[in-house]
Design a binder for this molecule. Structure first.
Ligand SMILES: C[S@@+](CC[C@H](N)C(=O)[O-])C[C@H]1O[C@@H](n2cnc3c(N)ncnc32)[C@H](O)[C@@H]1O
Length: 424
């Protein structure tokens, strides 16, 4: 597979090994209330964590305890748009990152383009994230057109191209852009990779609460268990290759034989068993011709509501919603505390594709306003789970925004200052 090269790559490719193991200075936990200062990280790490510090050191500090334990990682790193006026620096020009780059890449660092810098920043962090991921774990990475073409090859290198699951297109806004000279960009991406694709079970989304009202309207004798049904044509579309075993007659209610125009979706055995179980739906046209559909029930035969496959395009969740929700949560501050937080519903949707166990650990090492923790808390509230989150945020608002948001969402009685990465 072709690999991507950039100035400085040789310096960062094994840099994650050189990062020293530092300890986490635990100060508080959410569950247990204030802890004694300087308590060892080992005891505190059973709880949710918010870590204030550079994620390179924080991820390394998490390794001894969490290597191979994290079931899901969501990250939303700086997109490298060149915009430095936000609450965080989006250009890898943050003084802390600049200092780090100079020390790691050395003199060569003077020639780095902004893409080289971004890649140098991301590579060792992705290496550590890969180590933290469980064998059946997945990573989601939000990104846009500034770096997606560079991110994909390094993910293919670190995770293996065979472990790429999807490059979701997220339609992030529903309008705007009169100022745009060319096309109005209303989308970005979420790349999804597995640590090991064959260990991942199939992706499904929870039942759509509006599905019944919207699609499932037909009623029948199995209503009590399987709910109402909708109908789908049994006649296959042209997109399917011709197969002789899908061409056969099905007996209609009046005893005549119905042949497909081209072929059916199902093999004979399955269709005949559906006839037997009254799972096919026959419609007679005015000219006497029959058309056949199959019944798709709201619930399966154990009474479980139908989950659906996620689509590669995510629509219906918009950035505007994320900003409004955060504004509401921080209404007392009377301003936008954080630009472009991701909508909590977006992360909830990604997490819920995975059917995460009730004790799964979810990590976000570019935490920003803490949306990932909010999503984890929402999922836990929905199903009574006890999933844990680990957040890392480098900027000083780790305390005033990230941890504060989590506190407000969890309705704790005290402000939990974040952990800091210390040099001892
Ligand atoms: C795009 S924002 C994330 C927004 C977040 N998803 C939300 O919904 O609020 C990226 C965040 O990563 C943080 N960040 C950048 N480099 C970092 C590093 N090396 N270590 C820890 N955090 C970092 C930035 O300060 C910023 O808050």
């Amino acid at each position: 597979m072709p690999t991507l090269n950039w100035i400085g790559k040789d310096k960062v490719i094994n840099h994650h090994l050189d990062v020293p193991f530092r300890t986490l200075d635990a100060q508080y936990t959410f569950q247990a209330g204030p802890r004694q200062a300087k308590e060892s990280a080992a005891t505190a790490l059973s709880d949710n964590l918010i870590i204030h510090g550079d994620n390179l050191e924080a991820l390394k500090a998490l390794l001894p305890r969490y290597e191979g334990q994290v079931r899901c990682i969501y990250i939303d790193p700086p997109y490298n748009t060149g915009n430095e006026g936000w609450v965080y620096n989006d250009n890898v020009n943050d003084p802390k990152i600049k200092r780090w780059l100079n020390s790691v890449v050395g003199k060569e660092g003077e020639d780095l383009s902004r893409h080289d810098k971004w890649l140098c920043m991301m590579y060792p962090r992705l290496k550590l994230l890969h180590k933290l991921l469980a064998e059946d774990g997945v990573i989601f990475i939000s990104i846009d057109d500034n770096e997606v073409q560079n991110l994909r090859p390094i993910l293919d290198e670190i995770f293996g191209g065979q472990n790429r699951i999807e490059q979701f297109i997220w339609k992030k806004s529903y309008g705007g852009g009169a100022k745009e000279r060319y096309a109005v960009t209303v989308h970005e991406y979420v790349l999804m990779y597995a640590k090991s694709k064959d260990k991942i079970s199939e992706l499904t989304l929870p039942p759509d609460p509006d599905a019944e009202a919207r699609y499932y309207k037909l009623t029948h004798e199995k209503l009590a268990i399987r709910g109402p049904f909708r109908i789908k044509p049994l006649e296959a579309t042209k997109s399917m290759d011709r197969r002789e075993n899908l061409i056969y007659p099905i007996p209609a209610p009046d005893g005549t034989e119905v042949w497909p125009k081209r072929q059916w979706w199902w093999a004979k055995e399955r269709a005949y068993s559906a006839v037997e179980n009254n799972d096919l739906y026959f419609i007679k046209a005015k000219d006497g011709a029959w058309s056949i559909s199959y019944k798709q029930y709201l619930r399966d035969d154990t009474g479980e509501e139908r989950r659906s496959k996620p689509f590669s395009i995510i629509d219906g969740i918009y950035n505007q919603v994320g900003s409004a929700a955060l504004r509401e949560l921080f209404a007392d501050r009377g301003q936008n505390v954080f630009q472009f937080p991701k909508p909590v519903e977006l992360i909830e949707k990604l997490l819920s594709m995975l059917q995460l166990s009730a004790d799964a650990i979810i990590l976000d090492s570019f935490a920003g306003s803490g949306t990932t923790a909010h999503a984890v808390e929402n999922l836990n509230r929905q199903d009574g789970g006890k999933r844990k989150f680990i957040l890392v945020e480098m900027e000083d608002y780790a305390e005033t925004i990230t941890a504060e948001r989590v506190k407000r969402v969890m309705k704790s009685n005290f402000t939990p200052p974040p952990l800091t990465v210390t040099n001892n």
